[in-house]
Design a protein around this ligand. Structure first.
Ligand code: PRT
Length: 117
């Protein structure tokens, strides 16, 4: 398996641009508008990803997911987070069945409910 540092490089570019000139940088423009503008784009790109998948056009799906990942990285950056944090969480989940994890979470919230006075 090859390692790909595209996300790390893009995160570094985002950090270098976010306090830049909104007339010269899309990243700077969205950061100048604030978190709500970034989250609005995340929502739009998620919807466009759903529509692309429903249409089933591979190039369009890749294009829209790239938009979604990019804007999600801006949202992460607002909170001082990076793709490395998300990749670490995905690594933590490796080999952990989603169904087992779901059952463990349900059992934990049941325990917490039962302990409530
Ligand atoms: N990866 C991206 C990237 N992906 C998408 N986009 C922009 O995100 C916007 C996507 O919005 P939409 O598809 O909704 O189109 P829109 O033009 O906003 O139109 P509306 O539908 O909102 O009216 C477009 O303006 C894209 O150019 C990106 N802008 C920048 N990057 C990366 O960020 C780096 C820094 O960019 P600047 O800050 O602009 O220098 C670039 O070198 C790239 O590596």
């Amino acid at each position: 398996m090859t390692s790909d540092d595209t996300l790390a490089r893009l995160a570094a570019v985002i950090e270098s641009r976010k306090a830049g000139d909104p007339d010269k940088s899309y990243v700077a423009r969205l950061f100048a508008k604030g978190q709500d503008a970034i989250l609005k784009k995340v929502g739009e790109e998620a919807t466009e990803t759903v529509m692309a998948c429903k249409d089933g056009v591979r190039e369009k799906i890749v294009y829209e997911v790239a938009d979604l990942w990019f804007h999600s990285m801006l949202a992460l950056s607002v909170h001082g987070l990076t793709p490395a944090d998300v990749l670490a969480e995905l690594r933590r989940r490796e080999g952990l069945s989603g169904l087992e994890e779901f059952a463990a979470r349900k059992a934990q919230s049941r325990d917490q409910e039962e302990k409530k006075p």
